[in-house]
Structure formats: C-alpha cells, structure tokens
Design a protein around this ligand. Structure first.
Ligand code: OAD
Length: 235
C-alpha cells in the first residue's frame, strides 16, 4: 500500500537520461543523436519534405535499435511505483522508446510520440509499426502510401497537452528524471507545477537547465537514484 500521507497526486516527467543505461543515446550527449545527424536534417517537417529518404532511414534505424534494448532498474522502479501508487500518477515521457511500458508501467503518456507507431497523413490514423517505412508501405487502414514516423518534430505541437496540464494542476509532487530541460514545453512543466503548489524534485546525472525551479536535486545515474527515491515514496 502506498504512503498516502504526504503526497497524493504525482506527475513524473522523463527524458532520454532514463533510457541512457539501456544503451539508448541521449540527445545531447557526445556521440549522441544530434552529433551523427544534425537535428534540422532529420527532425523537422521541412526535412521530411526535402529529403524523406534520409528521415525514413534515420527513424527506421532508431526503430530497429530500440527493439534490441531492455528496460533498466529506473524503468522497473517507476513501473513498480505505478503499480502500487493508489493516488493519481502520470508518467509523461519525452522518450519515443517503449521501455516504460516494457518494464510494466501503465500510466504513461508519450508527449513526443512513439517509434513503434506510424501515422498516416492521408487518413490520420496511427498504426502499431515495428518494421521500416522507407519503402513506403501502404497504410493498413486506407492503403495510401503516406505513412510517417509518429514522432513529434521540431515546430510541431507535442501530444495531449491538455491532459498533461490537467495532471500538473492537481499534482502535489512533480518529479523530473533524466531530462536536460532544454526543450519546451516540457522544460516549463517544473515551473508550472511549482507555481501551482507542487513540491518539485529532479533526479538527473547533472543539474538541468531549469534546476533552480526544483526544491531538491538528487544527482546520479537514474538506475541508482530512481529506485532509492521510489522506495522512499512508497515507504
Ligand atoms: P537530453 O539529451 O537533452 O538530456 C538528457 C539528460 O539526461 C541530460 O541532462 C543528462 O545529464 C541526463 N542523463 C544522461 N545519462 C543519465 C543517466 N544515466 N541517469 C540520469 N540522467 C542521465 O534529452 P531530453 O531532455 O530527453 O525532442 O531531450 C528532450 C527532447 O529534446 C527530446 O524528447 C527530443 C529532443 O529534441 C523531440 O524529438 C521533439
């Protein structure tokens, strides 16, 4: 049974750092995603119009890669918290991998989309997708060959913002894990949550860009600091 005395409603924001120890490069690490591919070459709607093969190749590679990776103890601890917490809880992830779900978490919201889905820009439906898109396969629903990765690109609106702000409004604890605080609107959630009265905690390898907005920062690898915090909050 969860400790309901101190907190009732929790919002957890996760970023690339929570999956780093599963072997998925963070965005801004040396040798990471943007070092090998300039962001403007792959992660914008304009890039997709200009060079769709490049964009498809890149996301096909990432889609294949994440399927080889496994959840780490940070994902497992958050899944345990999700299973045992009887108050509201929402894991808002910027990650497009499925490691939270594979660890067993249920209350997960992918604000930047998901690698394992394809979005048909003709009929607007999303389909589960595990293989490649570069050969322009038909949409399983309408047959048009207009599938794109179901990920949010720069300049596009993140998903389900209404649900996220509703959760932030009722949260009394906001926890940010493994995110640099460089990309809005997610980077602004801590400030919103704090101004709305929540306690704010960051768990990260180093201080994030919005670190001053957190009541408390615990620095260390997610696989170590997250299980310790989860044990504490469930104690
Ligand atoms: P970043 O790469 O910007 O930040 C990752 C953060 O995780 C950094 O602060 C690292 O210090 C920290 N970190 C690295 N390894 C860690 C570990 N083992 N344990 C804990 N923390 C660790 O990734 P995000 O903040 O997720 O958006 O990036 C946000 C968004 O920027 C992404 O979702 C993506 C990108 O542009 C879109 O694609 C729309």
């Amino acid at each position: 049974m969860a400790a309901m005395g101190k907190y009732r409603n929790i919002v957890i924001l996760t970023g690339a750092g929570v999956s780093a120890e599963s072997g998925i490069d963070t965005f801004r690490s040396a040798g990471g995603l943007w070092e090998n591919h300039r962001v403007e070459d792959v992660a914008t709607p304009q890039a997709f119009v200009r060079d769709p093969d490049l964009v498809h190749r890149f996301y096909d590679m990432r889609r294949a890669a994440i399927q080889e990776k496994l959840p780490n103890p940070a994902h497992a601890a958050l899944a345990e918290l999700d299973a045992r917490w009887t108050g509201d809880l929402l894991i808002v992830t910027q990650n497009v991998d499925d490691l939270h779900e594979r660890a067993g978490a249920r209350r997960v919201l992918h604000m930047h989309g998901e690698h394992l889905k394809a979005w048909c820009t003709s009929c607007d439906l999303r389909s589960p997708w595990r293989t490649t898109l570069i050969e322009r396969p038909p949409c399983p629903v309408c047959q048009a060959r207009t599938l794109r990765p179901d990920v949010v690109w720069f300049g596009e609106m993140p998903y389900r913002m209404g649900e996220i702000y509703a959760a932030l409004r009722s949260a009394d604890l906001f926890v940010s894990i493994g995110t640099s605080g460089a990309v809005y609107p997610a980077a602004g959630f801590v400030r919103d949550a704090r101004e709305l009265g929540a306690r704010t905690l960051e768990l990260n390898l180093e201080r994030s860009q919005g670190s001053r907005w957190f009541h408390e920062s615990r620095l260390g690898p997610a696989s170590e600091v997250v299980p310790v915090w989860v044990e504490e909050v469930l104690a």
